[in-house]
Ligand binder design. Sequence first.
Ligand SMILES: [Zn+2]
Length: 358
Amino acid sequence: MIEVNCDLCGSENHALKYEIDVSENNLRYYRYSRNIPGNEKMVGILRIVECKNCKLMFTNPRFSTDELELVYSSEKVIGGNWKDFRYLFNPNLPDEMQGVKKKTAYDSNLYQWKFDVINTYCKAPPEQLKLIDIGCGNGKFVFDAIHHGFDAVGIDLSPDRIRKGRELYNLSDDRLKCMNVDDFSETEKYDIIVMWDLIEHVESPSSLLRSLNKIAHKDTVIFALTMSIDSITYRLFKKHWNYINPTQHLNYFSHSTIKKMFEKNSFELVGVEMDNSKNKNIISLITRILVGKMNQFFFHIYSKESFLRILFRPFQRGISNERMKKRIENLYPGKYVGRYHDNFVFVAKLAEQFKIQS
Ligand SMILES: [Zn+2]
């Protein structure tokens, strides 16, 4: 675990916002660490703090670079979930988390909202636009972008995901690459840079944005999707917000801190767009809160050895208490606060004074 200064202003003065115990006592967070080989290092008290100078909210102390590498090295750690209660009471289902099904066919609806956002800012026909997806994972978006006509490539730091993506989507080595932005030559420029759910995960958003200067020209448009602490759901739920996750989320931007972060690195914010993906409505928010409450109820009964467990015996045939606890670990045990307009796409371009040399 390491201590860091504010990545936006460099200050070392910060105030504690939330203290989070990542251990077996707190399964909501421990479930991300427990599948990691050597996971005894992956537990401890993590804190989310707010910079006293610029108000950036960030995780500090946090896992070190090497530890984060472990967090992202295993598929089991991030993806995978069981969505329903059938899982708790069906002895034939495996105890492990269900892998996320990766759709390998082109689905015109899946990312349509992302392409709508891109089209609002980029008017040229896709065939004339070079797009790069930074932190592309297995390259699903790159695959869809190619279908939309873009000249698209993706880069990611995980060799496993890149290898898997090339196989899954039959993409060439030129389309999906395992590399860092810094590794590009000065002549490599892109018209569109997308970073979906990336900036909250990186150790230094500032150095990431600084390296984008290398691949941006005067008309390049950057699309950065991340959750915002200016959202209604964060204001309502604070520490119990869905996105509070100090093992993976290192940066919690507000609309104003992300604007400053862009400005610090020679960009200017030109727009903010809503995340209009599926499940972004009030009904889904309420459903998720109710499901979270039910998970919490079961968790309480089984972890506190409550006498109420007797009530569930008839449903639990063939499943031991140990297996039951393991399964409840896999379900979200805390309050589940859904995604009701808590993600935004922050759109940026090179600031006027930096355009001349490009
Ligand atoms: Zn600061």
